[in-house]
Write a protein of this length. Structure first.
Length: 351
């Protein structure tokens, strides 16, 4: 809606393809957890310093922050100090832990754009200028081909029971989860040879990283890049790390098991502060545990295989979970989130 707009900042291949000037590749600083940050701290601080210098030099009309709160709120404070407007899109999950941060957020941003309806009420209560714009996944999570087309394109045998693995988009997630997921697949293959496994490689991960691990296991399947919504839609089940991928899977109404693992130190600290009954976004939005969650020590191969088999072998349970997943999409609001946030950005630029 504004051809003259120029974007620069942190991103990876998809933002570069969309025309953004990439100052820092997000893959180099995308980490989760306290102890996981330490090896990347120098790179993160260098990126923060570089962005501050660029903000001071260019004085852009708007700074748009997306998630990543520990980094972005420091950048927001600096931008506010030198008179740059700040829009925060994809709220930090302050409703889940350290709610006291909301007061600091209010001081350093001009507008908060949220993607869950319950977030708008939370921020309004805290007197933060907020707008619910809808969830972008409602528009973009759509398969481009039929199940038959997907099977044919990927050489999947007719009658195969397809399970998709979503091990994550961060190196730490791959390191902690992929072996357990694949070991579970090997267990399942020994019980039922009709299983076929598709391991999704995120754009932020080198395919070789996944391939090397995948080749260690005696399972039918392959590593795939892209077409993830087609893969999920054509599948029978999904094994996924927690996060946005649980919502993508829910929108496509595929039963799943959610796995989550971080360093022991990060987990202990998180348990002290996070006060949510569930860890998967799909379950949080549903308000109940629709998909089983396996956390830390429970996120092991035997437990994963058990949960998959328990659901896959019980049609009534499988159908009940599918029905509940279909209702999650309705809770995410109507379509048009990207258009709504673009309009809000334009609105802030002309004020």
């Amino acid at each position: 809606i504004d051809p003259a707009a120029h974007f620069y900042g942190i991103g990876s291949s998809k933002m570069r393809d969309a025309g953004m000037e990439i100052l820092q590749d997000s893959r180099e600083i995308a980490v989760v957890g306290l102890s996981e940050i330490l090896p990347h701290l120098r790179t993160i601080l260098k990126a923060l310093g570089g962005l501050k210098r660029r903000l001071a030099k260019d004085r852009p009309k708007l700074l748009i922050l997306i998630d990543f709160p520990e980094f972005n709120l420091r950048l927001a404070a600096y931008a506010k100090k030198i008179g740059i407007k700040v829009l925060y899109y994809i709220s930090p999950q302050v409703w889940a832990w350290r709610q006291g941060r909301v007061r600091n957020i209010a001081k350093v941003i001009d507008k908060m754009a949220v993607i869950f309806p319950f977030e708008e009420a939370f921020y309004q209560k805290e007197k933060v200028d907020v707008r619910f714009v809808g969830h972008p996944l409602v528009d973009c999570v759509k398969p481009a081909m039929t199940k038959d087309e997907f099977f044919k394109k990927n050489g999947i045998p007719d009658g195969a029971k397809v399970i998709v693995l979503l091990p994550g988009s961060r190196k730490s997630e791959i390191r902690l989860l992929l072996n357990e997921m694949l070991s579970a697949c090997e267990m399942l293959s020994k019980r039922d040879s009709s299983y076929y496994f598709l391991v999704s490689c995120a754009p932020t991960i080198e395919a070789d990283t996944i391939e090397v691990v995948f080749d260690r296991y005696d399972i039918n399947g392959r590593v795939i890049e892209g077409n993830i919504y087609d893969a999920i839609a054509a599948s029978d089940f999904v094994i996924t790390k927690s996060g946005t991928s649980t919502l993508e899977t829910a929108i496509l109404a595929k039963p799943m098991v959610i796995v989550y693992k971080v360093s022991p130190f990060t987990y202990i600290i998180g348990k002290m502060f996070i006060k949510l009954p569930y860890i998967g976004l799909a379950n949080i939005v549903a308000g109940e545990q629709v998909a089983p969650e396996l956390i830390q020590a429970d996120a092991n191969a035997a437990a994963i295989a058990h949960e998959v088999q328990k659901i896959m072998q019980d049609k009534d349970t499988y159908d009940a979970i599918t029905g509940k997943l279909m209702r999650i999409k309705d809770k995410l609001g109507s379509s048009g989130a990207s258009e709504n946030i673009a309009a809000l950005i334009k609105e802030m630029l002309v004020k």
